[in-house]
Ligand binder design. Structure first.
Ligand code: PRP
Ligand code: URA
Length: 213
């Protein structure tokens, strides 16, 4: 895959370790859900190191008074792409408990692999917030591109996208269609199969999170 300025692939032993367990077909639904949350928290820590609104406060320590920056309240909105993105919400909330949550419902048409949008509900004032769009799987890139486009049409100007596993095809598509959006992927996989599944991947993330088939 080409190098893109707006693509950040994580290269961290802790994340690789957790992704290895996540991929394993023997991993239970409970463990899968916990791992998705833990990986999301690790990714959030890194991906929000810039772009978050901060305010300066004065703190009185037992020894003296100092100035310190804090993250401004309500500065981040989490937007999961349903269903599988829901599994990442708690992982962001661990670090940003006050973040409001918008929802975009999409599913891929199994024949065309094109996403269909069936739901959208976003918090008021999202235009001015840093929007963290989350979905564990970035396959063809169709869902992420359409979700980003929808957010832009609603006026969002600051968007970051986080996926746990990305296929080169999908990462390139999102990077090229939305060069203003930073894309964070914990692991870049090899390719897509003929059904649009990521290889080696982890299977269907929504099914593994929620116990469906
Ligand atoms: C999966 C996944 C992404 C999408 C990625 O969702 O969670 O949203 O596929 O594929 P793409 O990059 O080719 O668009 P799916 O459509 O299976 O819906 P679900 O989360 O409800 O299972
Ligand atoms: N969606 C998934 O859940 N898994 C894939 O491999 C591709 C799309």
């Amino acid at each position: 895959m080409k190098n893109y300025d707006n693509v950040i692939i994580f290269d961290h032993p802790l994340i690789h370790h957790k992704v290895a367990i996540l991929r394993d077909e023997r991993t239970s639904m409970k463990e899968f859900r916990e791992l998705v949350e833990e990986i999301t928290t690790l990714m959030t820590y890194e991906s929000l190191k810039d772009g978050v609104l901060t305010t300066e406060v004065e703190v009185k320590t037992p020894l003296e008074t100092c100035k310190q920056t804090m993250v401004a309240d309500n500065s981040v909105v989490i937007v999961p792409i349903l269903r599988a993105g829901l599994g990442m919400v708690n992982g962001v909330h661990v670090l940003f408990p006050s973040a409001k949550v918008g929802h975009i419902g999409m599913y891929r048409n199994e024949e065309t692999l094109k996403p269909e949008t069936y739901y959208c509900k976003l918090p008021e004032g999202i235009e001015e917030k840093l929007v963290l769009l989350v979905d564990p799987m970035l396959a063809t890139g169709g869902s992420a591109c359409d979700a980003i486009q929808l957010l832009k049409e609603k006026g969002c100007k600051h968007i970051k996208f986080m996926a746990i596993i990305g296929a080169p095809e999908g990462v390139s598509k999102v990077a090229e269609e939305h060069p203003d959006v930073n894309i964070y992927v914990s692991t870049l996989d090899r390719c897509l199969n003929e059904n649009g599944y990521i290889l080696p991947g982890l299977g269907d993330a929504g099914d593994r999170l929620f116990g469906t088939k």
